[in-house]
Design a protein around this ligand. Sequence first.
Ligand SMILES: [Zn+2]
Length: 330
Amino acid sequence: MIIGHRRIIQYLSRSAALKNLSHAYLFSGPASLGKMTLAMEFAKFLQCPNTKNGKQQFAYCGRCKDCYDMDRKSHPDFTIFPPFASEETEIKIGQIRNLIKIFSFKNYSAPYKIAIIDNADQMTNEAANALLKTLEEPSDNSILILIASHPETLLPTIVSRCQQIKFFSVPYCDLEKGLLNYFNRDSGVSADIPGVARLSSGLPGIAVKIIQNPVFKEKKEKNYQNFFEINNSSLNLKYQYVSSMLAQENEISDTLNDWLYILKDIIYLHSGARRFILNIRIENQLKNLQERYSLKKTADLMDKIKETIFILRVTNVNKKLALENLMLEL
Ligand SMILES: [Zn+2]
């Protein structure tokens, strides 16, 4: 089930009905928005012979052999890279060669030959160049869906050959409604859905994770509280905090992303758009911070945090130095 992204569902459903599909799509946007879920549902919809015109979800029948095979991820005309349950995230040339081979065969039973490449932004250069050739000469009835959280690191020549579908965070009320449907009464989940919807900053994947994993929720709350504390502490304590961040290196980007959501709320406070504030339960803390952060300073700090996330991810920069630099701005 897809939470949110109604316009994308409608657009792709209509393109399919009008037989106006692209050979290659690029689903881009931050992680945890549901890009992979939507890609899988779209693929199932394309392969099902008994579709209807759905407005909220892709309307496949769910009962035919194609739907069944898609659910079991064993459909002969569907492939996913990296393969399911694979530990590897990087896409290497061998996988792209495999894809080219698959696309060179005629579709077996369904109307299309579909492949999804997850983490397409983590392709090696060799793989990207090989993929480019496939994109230049697409085979009939083949549809390729690239998924990328950081499309800016893809080759521009790849991006220009795909139809880009940009994903944005899901508005609070849609997220709440979607979660209520997802965790319906029969699921036995008794979470505070409205609270979770706010805490997850418009990211359905995060919302589901919060509900299924209480530890994750605590961590998120802690990231928010740490941000308020750091803002009131000495430089010395800020640097100590950097050391604790470095001790859990794989969580740094999650922490920084959570800080961005706090700052986004401060922007909403400045612009009088209170109803958009996600972390309304801590409104007083946000207001205290707002007194210290002008609109411009908030926007500048957001840029600085985004820049830090980017350089930590794509360069070999000294992490300690990058984070300490960021602390100077708080
Ligand atoms: Zn079906």
